[in-house]
Design a protein around this ligand. Structure first.
Ligand code: AMP
Ligand code: MN
Ligand code: MN
Length: 338
């Protein structure tokens, strides 16, 4: 960033700590080389936010690159949000960027193998909507009331004077649609932004088909096996109930990009209770997705187990056997309901 502490228009830069969208735009305008990242195993909110910021910066002549901490490759379907090829593998991400911008990342750990950039970058800006945001960046635009990070990104793009075209609109719409559960929550603000993005060139049907609507045929049998193994525990979560299923290593490896929707299917059968999908990504290494109805607060449950998230959608990663993880989960769910 410029040594004068001002952006190219002479606007003074905000100091370290919280910033508003205008402050975030001033930080972005002051940088000439930016690495924009989302959380590991990016969803559409993380990827769409990062690609939108980098796209807008590139148009103003800034060298902007997007990356996500490995080791996993970016889900193939997210490539549709990146027509200009801004995403590079973490092994090729700039080592000491002038500015690191993180989108939808609640803690340094969620940067994966790019967490070292917090030390090597000239400065950092976090744009996020997690209540569990840890404050890891130099400056942060964080609003837990925002239903998706893309809403905050939209406000920053407006401050930058970026014109919404189809590339930006598609990236933002993908994050908005997925993080609001298809506009189930997020209220009229989300719907208004959705309308603006459709007018700017996001075609919801085509976009969602590319992101989640096409699957390998073999997934049908694999999904049937996962769902057939689901178990219901009516006494769990203080009597609200738990429905869980597990994905084994071969299925997780072969169908890495397919499993995210399963937890929603479990939740549909959980009544007012909680759903959990336990995915064994490597032997004894688990990634757990939790979904509920807002109570108990799953962000509290996941945080207690080393993860984070929101009241109705949270997750954590942990080593152990399946039954060890289930025992921990039952105990934290009970703690959160008493
Ligand atoms: P997922 O089940 O992976 O779709 O994640 C649901 C929500 O929980 C998202 O808001 C994630 O950002 C958050 N989340 C998932 N895993 C973790 C984790 N290990 N640490 C912090 N937050 C997480
Ligand atoms: Mn996310
Ligand atoms: Mn999000």
């Amino acid at each position: 960033m410029s040594a004068s502490g001002a952006d190219s228009s002479g606007t003074p830069l905000p100091g370290p700590g919280p910033v508003d969208p205008a402050g975030a735009a001033a930080v972005l305008r002051a940088a000439r080389e930016v690495l924009v990242v989302g959380h590991v195993r990016p969803d559409a909110d993380a990827a769409g936010s990062a690609i939108a910021i980098a796209t807008a910066l590139r148009r103003t002549g800034v060298a902007a690159t997007v990356s996500f901490g490995g080791p996993d490759p970016v889900p193939a379907a997210l490539g549709t949000l990146d027509p200009d090829g801004l995403v590079v593998p973490s092994s090729r991400a700039p080592v000491a960027p002038e500015l690191l911008v993180s989108c939808d990342v609640s803690s340094a750990q969620r940067l994966g193998d790019l967490a070292d950039r917090l030390d090597t970058a000239g400065g950092s800006l976090a744009i996020d909507h997690h209540a569990s945001f840890s404050g890891f960046a130099t400056r942060h635009l964080v609003d837990p009331a925002a239903p998706a990070t893309v809403l905050l990104v939209r406000a920053v793009l407006a401050e930058l004077g970026a014109e919404l075209d189809a590339v930006l609109a598609r990236a933002l719409f993908a994050g908005l649609y997925t993080d609001t559960g298809g506009f189930r929550w997020g209220g009229s603000g989300a719907l208004r932004l959705g309308a603006e993005l459709v007018d700017a060139g996001a075609d919801p049907r085509a976009l969602m088909r590319e992101l989640t609507g096409t699957r390998p045929f073999g997934w049908l049998a694999a999904q049937a096996a996962v769902l057939a193994g689901a178990r219901r525990e009516p006494a769990a979560a203080g009597g609200a109930g738990l429905v869980w299923a597990a994905v084994d290593v071969p299925t997780a490896t072969r169908f890495r990009d397919q499993t995210a929707t399963v937890v929603g299917q479990l939740l549909a059968t959980a009544g007012d209770g909680v759903a959990a999908l336990l995915t064994e990504s490597e032997p004894h290494q688990w990634s757990v997705s939790l979904r509920g109805n807002g109570s108990p607060d799953l962000s509290r449950v996941a945080s207690a187990l080393g993860g984070g998230g929101h009241a109705a959608a949270a997750g954590f990663e942990r080593a152990g056997t399946r039954d060890e993880l289930l025992a921990l989960l039952r105990s934290e769910l009970d703690a959160a309901t008493t």
